[in-house]
Design a protein around this ligand. Structure first.
Ligand code: FES
Length: 119
């Protein structure tokens, strides 16, 4: 199922300069920006396991790891890896005029909308 795109402004690109991860607000939602190689992706701030802040975790640019029980996710797809039992919603990010924009449609998973890519 193809999801509609919903691009919303987040923080200034300069705020994310040199950072691996940064929490910021997009509308009513807190999101986590994560550097994924030469791209940036967005995901929820809280781990889908037991609500640990994912910003306390770590990333190698391809995999995001939660610090609490070491669940891991592929930053390209959000697919769980290793012991992780739930996928992580991952959303595309683009930069325009020095501002970071997030397509928040994929982040609606777990809110009041079903996740189109949940298996
Ligand atoms: S709270 Fe994140 S892996 Fe358990």
């Amino acid at each position: 199922m193809q999801q509609a795109e919903q691009w919303e402004a987040a923080c200034d690109a300069a705020d994310f300069n040199g950072e691996e991860m940064l929490e910021c607000r997009v509308g009513e939602r807190e999101i986590l920006l994560v550097r994924a190689g030469d791209r940036i992706v967005a995901c929820p701030t809280m781990c889908p396991h037991m609500e640990e802040r994912l910003a306390y975790g770590f990333t190698d640019g391809m995999v995001l790891t939660c610090s609490k029980h070491l669940w891991q996710w592929d930053l390209t797809t959000g697919d769980p890896m290793g012991p992780a039992e739930k996928r992580l919603a991952v959303a595309p990010v683009r930069i325009e005029n020095g501002r970071i924009f997030v397509n928040t449609a994929p982040l609606a998973c777990g809110d009041d909308l079903p996740c189109a890519t949940d298996g």
